[in-house]
Design a protein around this ligand. Structure first.
Ligand code: UD1
Ligand code: MG
Length: 433
């Protein structure tokens, strides 16, 4: 059966107290809206549509950057979740098959949980809702089951009686039904409730009145947290980090102290790589197998090949590649550079806009002076060369293979292969008095 996905992301997000749309706040270093789009792609939805508010050009741009074929719909006034779905009525007018509703502010739902909902539909449920058991359900809608265990109704926290508030089975917001079912029933939803909004959750009562079957599947609470305010955002980030830590360890990476290592949504780590405590992985880091990342290092936008050792206290910045066997030691910063096999930069160096040939040694305190105040220039260093300590290499520059650069040199001219280059003033020793 064909499946379309509609993601609700038009809410004002007023509880965030932010100038930016709520779903652009980041979890794992990517806007939250990325996650439901990725989920829709991974369950092979035929159509993926997102409902956004008026004047959300920033949000539209971000959505397009993830996935060109996502369709964007506008809800001009935020009158509630039922109203948001109704905005897609014409859009889905001729669409057969099922429609899955996802919330843009609920980023951590797994494919497995959605598959459970799809299974309920296959087994005859007319409407299936994803719930979760929460220790502290606060503002979540409560799922009220009937005597047979089917879903009778959803009560929003603000409208719930004290008895209903005590129920711990909560609404994740996610539901699936035949596409036409949503649009034929949602017209009947009213806004006579505590918030004066049109609630999507009222669909359950309306569908039950027609003697149709409404069932629930449940997912773990750490997947279902929704983001309504900044403390929810921190909670969801914590859940994301825990899920990612568990995932990388399952795949064969050692985390010596998992709770001190922070990942991005797209971090990749190879088997038998060891990550010491207190490491941050910014976006776009790919680390292959048998790498050791020592404490207090910060990596982003880089490819780290097997058998590399990084850190402690190293900073690897975007567009950097470290080939097999490279050593990057303490207080070394590398940006937009390629270090070929077995290059060593073990102490106190800045390497930017450079390519360094295999086996070359970069001495302590070496600075690749890539910026002349206006533009960035590059430096090429050959293989098997030795750059002594405290050298300044002034870009643009080409340094050949098997070169030795004397410690303390300032190098402004190219150095051809197998040459000793010295760029420092001679020492003068004078007798005292
Ligand atoms: C909603 C559910 C609640 C559930 C919780 C799970 C309703 C009425 N309540 O509450 O039962 O436990 O999610 O996180 O659905 N949105 C629009 N247009 C609107 C209003 C909202 O697109 O007019 C979008 C928001 O951007 C958000 C999602 O719908 O992504 C949910 O809206 P939100 O206001 O966050 O609802 P909750 O109060 O969290
Ligand atoms: Mg919400």
């Amino acid at each position: 059966m064909s499946l379309s996905v509609l993601i609700l992301a038009a809410g004002k997000g007023s509880r965030m107290n932010s100038q930016h749309p709520k779903v652009l706040h980041e979890v794992g270093n990517v806007p939250m809206i990325y996650y439901p789009i990725k989920l829709a792609k991974s369950i092979k939805a035929q159509r993926i549509s997102v409902v956004v508010g008026k004047n959300s050009s920033q949000l539209k741009k971000s959505i397009k950057s993830f996935q060109a074929e996502v369709e964007i719909l506008e809800q001009s006034e935020q009158l509630g979740t039922a109203h948001a779905v109704l905005c897609a009525k014409n859009h889905f007018a001729h669409q057969s098959g099922d429609l899955l509703i996802l919330y843009g502010d609920c980023p951590l739902i797994s494919d497995e949980s959605i598959k459970k909902l799809i299974e309920l539909r296959k087994n005859g449920a007319d409407l299936a809702v994803l719930g979760f058991h929460s220790v502290n359900p606060r503002s979540y809608g409560r799922l009220i089951l009937d005597g047979t265990g089917d879903l009778e109704k959803i009560v929003e926290a603000t409208d719930a009686t004290t008895e209903e508030q005590a129920i711990k089975f909560c609404n994740s917001g996610i539901m699936i039904a035949d596409t036409n079912l949503f649009f034929s029933f949602l017209e009947k939803v009213s806004n006579k409730n505590a918030s004066g909004e049109f609630y999507l959750t009222d669909l359950v009562t309306l569908v039950r009145q027609e003697n149709m079957v409404v069932q629930t599947a449940s997912c773990p609470e750490n997947e279902a947290h929704g983001v309504n305010d900044r403390s929810d955002l921190a909670k969801v980030e914590e859940c994301f980090q825990n899920l990612k830590r568990a995932e990388v360890m399952r795949k064969g990476t050692t985390l010596i102290d998992p709770s001190t290592v922070y990942f991005s949504y797209d971090t990749e780590l190879g088997a038998d790589t060891v990550v010491e405590p207190n490491i941050i992985f910014g976006p776009a880091v790919r680390v292959r197998k048998n790498v050791r990342i020592r404490s207090f290092s910060y990596l982003e936008g880089c490819l780290v090949k097997p058998d590399v050792i990084i850190g402690p206290f190293a900073r690897i910045r975007p567009e950097t590649t470290l080939d097999e066997g490279v050593r990057v030691g303490n207080f070394v910063e590398i940006k937009k550079s390629k270090l070929n096999k077995n290059v060593k930069a073990n102490h106190l160096a800045y390497i930017g806009d450079a390519s360094i040939g295999a086996q070359t040694n970069v001495g302590a305190g070496t600075i690749f002076c890539n910026y002349d105040g206006t533009s960035k220039n590059s430096i090429e260093v050959g293989e098997n060369s030795f750059i002594g300590s405290n050298v300044s290499l002034i870009a643009p520059l080409k340094i050949g293979d098997k070169v030795i650069i004397g410690a303390g040199s300032t190098i402004t001219d190219n150095v051809s292969k197998e040459t000793l280059a010295l760029g420092r003033s001679r020492q003068i020793n004078k007798p005292k008095k």
